[in-house]
Design a protein. Structure first.
Length: 274
């Protein structure tokens, strides 16, 4: 019985990564060789795996970010996605250098901030072959605390060094942890290191950039406004401090999603309608 034909992920180079041109009158694979296009695809896949994007968000793209909601919220979603697309398109400057600033996504829980941040990260990794990393700040704080245990397999340096040097970083849930001195010092170390190295960072936060009283009221009828939750009533400055917030404004452009009620619910309702 004949063996079944081999199955290759790339039928052009047969998974060797190189396309070999045979020399004249030579039946052997000798002669010149050039890299196969699959090498770039494989590197992109490997880099995406190394970002640490959680399973829930691995399929997030700018293309599948829904903007079907109408009214002010819908316009805000459209504007947010357009900002992300513009950021990606302009990430590589005409002089061959990469963008040094990032984005700061601001809004309630469930409005699509993490989806957009991950989508931008994925696109930068895929398009430019840049190493990236996704970090949930709450999880990072926990891992840092565990690292103080002498039996821990992770050291403080192993956790922090990649965050200060990776080309693109997503820092999710900024301000979610109680602002203890330990939390503030940790956050300052990460942000200041990336600020000094001029590395782009994408932040998400549930906390407002300004107090509710300073923002325009959407309606004279108080019952018509969505109730403020804890994240809206407390500002990001109160969570991370004024000096760090000032640095964030230098590092990232705010993308406001404070008119959106619940992006996850909109996704579910869209799925039920289609």
């Amino acid at each position: 019985m004949l063996d079944a034909p081999a199955r290759y992920r790339c039928t052009v180079c047969r998974d060797r990564g190189w396309i070999v041109s045979r020399a004249p009158d030579d039946g052997l694979d000798s002669g010149s060789a050039r890299p196969c296009d699959c090498r770039g695809r494989q590197r992109g896949e490997r880099l995406l795996e190394e970002t640490g994007i959680p399973e829930r968000y691995r399929q997030c793209t700018l293309e599948n970010f829904l903007v079907a909601d109408g009214g002010v919220a819908g316009e805000e979603l459209v504007r947010a996605r357009a900002t992300c697309q513009s950021y990606v398109e302009g990430f590589l400057a005409s002089d061959g250098t990469f963008c040094q600033s990032g984005l700061l996504f601001v809004g309630r829980v469930g409005v699509g901030k993490t989806h957009l941040a991950v989508a931008v990260l994925r696109e930068l990794v895929r398009r430019f072959g840049l190493p990236g990393r996704f970090v949930d700040f709450t999880t990072l704080v926990h891992r840092m605390q565990v690292s103080f245990d002498p039996t821990s397999e992770e050291s403080r340096r192993q956790l922090l060094d990649p965050l200060g040097s990776v080309d693109v970083l997503v820092l999710d849930e900024l301000g979610a942890q109680k602002p203890t001195p330990f939390v503030r010092d940790l956050l300052y170390l990460i942000v200041n290191t990336r600020y000094a190295r001029r590395l782009p960072t994408l932040f998400t936060t549930n906390f407002a950039l300004e107090a509710p009283s300073a923002r325009p009221q959407r309606s004279l009828d108080r019952a018509a406004d969505p109730p403020d939750d804890a994240a809206i009533a407390v500002t990001l400055e109160q969570r991370i401090g004024a000096p760090l917030l000032s640095r964030l404004f230098e590092m990232a452009r705010p993308v406001l999603l404070d008119s959106v009620r619940d992006y996850r619910r909109e996704i579910r309702m869209h799925q039920l309608r289609t």
